[in-house]
Design a protein around this ligand. Structure first.
Ligand code: TPP
Length: 315
């Protein structure tokens, strides 16, 4: 039997020896994203190394840069919590001035992107910088001890949204930054999940290939923050897709009337119940005593799909 060509490059930019937890979802994101980026740079400019990274403060920055070591095999700059997109914009402007070919990758967690870095991200998109902004969404401020962010889903336990007699946990709907990014009419915006690594890889490559700004929001489970077993990370990220909880889509140039969906059931009926996704995660354990909260979560997800132009059925 013919040996299949590896679908992804064997080049590594995220070296072993970083300090992420076993089973860390965002660590998988770092590895795949940089590989995809290098492939795109090789195809576009003939140089797989034609990129640099600007990284906001957060788990992935902390675990990859424990002085005097670094896990990065690419030019990498650590900036403040709020300004990865601004720093990436500056690097891109400098590269342009120097006549240097390539693209910049900005990376932030959901806290650094949906909350404190949102203004810098908006500016980067609006000024049309040649930057890909990658938001790894582990749905809370994990590095500082699991505080809720505006990207934390309804019903989730965090240390600042504790469930109890008078609380169901996080009580607000998730903010979908991908939709905000798309409203800037950026050339390319996508959601992804490490539960479908090939889809994520393809989207990162596409984001790196387009001219101008791109934004990718990837679901990346956090073992301690979601209270999950370390071997379940990818399985949970896959269940998020299969249950309809995590829409996979691409929006080009802000064209909300021509959204491309991936892994969307033809009849709009998702086969796996959201409960399958929730029940493996300690952060949702309390919801099983509150069926009305699970129903509210389902309603919110249906509403997101409706905004995306799809009527769905969730079992
Ligand atoms: C201005 C500012 N406020 C607060 C902090 C403290 N801080 C560092 S990392 C972090 C949480 C990062 O959360 P997120 O962006 O979601 O990334 P994660 O840690 O989950 O990977 C916080 C609050 C900081 N570094 N700078």
């Amino acid at each position: 039997m013919a040996v299949r060509k590896p679908p992804i490059t064997t080049r590594e930019y995220w070296a072993p020896g970083h300090a992420a937890c076993a089973g860390c979802g965002p660590a998988i994101v770092m590895k795949l994203a940089t590989k995809a980026f290098s492939e795109a740079m090789e195809e576009k400019y003939g140089d797989p190394n034609a990129f640099a990274i600007a990284h906001a403060t957060g788990c992935m920055e902390v675990v990859s840069a424990v002085f005097p070591y670094t896990a990065w095999k690419a030019p990498w700059i650590h900036v403040a919590f709020e300004n990865a997109a601004a720093a990436a914009s500056g690097v891109e402007a400098a590269w342009k001035k120097l006549g240097r070919k390539g693209k910049i990758l900005a990376i932030g967690g959901d806290g650094g992107t949906a909350d404190i870095g949102l203004q810098a991200l908006s500016g980067m998109l609006e000024r049309r910088h040649n930057v890909v902004y990658l938001m790894y969404d582990n749905e809370a401020y994990m590095n500082t001890g699991i505080q809720r962010s505006s990207s934390t889903p309804y019903g989730a336990w965090t240390t600042t949204s504790p469930p109890g007699k008078y609380s169901i946990g996080e009580d607000k709907p998730k903010k979908w930054v991908a939709l905000i990014a798309a409203a800037h009419q950026a050339p390319y915006v996508a959601t992804a999940s490490i539960g479908d690594p090939y889809d994520f890889y393809r989207k990162m490559k596409k984001a790196a290939s387009v001219d101008g700004p791109a934004f990718v929001q990837v679901l990346a489970p956090c073992v301690p923050g979601w209270r999950i077993p370390s071997e379940k990370t990818v399985e949970i990220a896959r269940l998020a897709i299969e249950s309809g909880l995590w829409p996979l889509f691409e929006i080009e140039n802000g064209d909300f009337y021509n959204i491309k969906f991936q892994r969307f059931p033809k009849d709009g009926k998702f086969k796996k119940p959201i409960e399958d996704y929730l029940k493996i995660q300690g952060r949702f354990k309390h919801l099983f005593k509150r069926p009305e909260a699970i129903q509210e979560l389902k309603n919110q997800i249906k509403e997101v799909w409706r905004i995306l132009g799809k009527e769905v059925e969730l079992p």
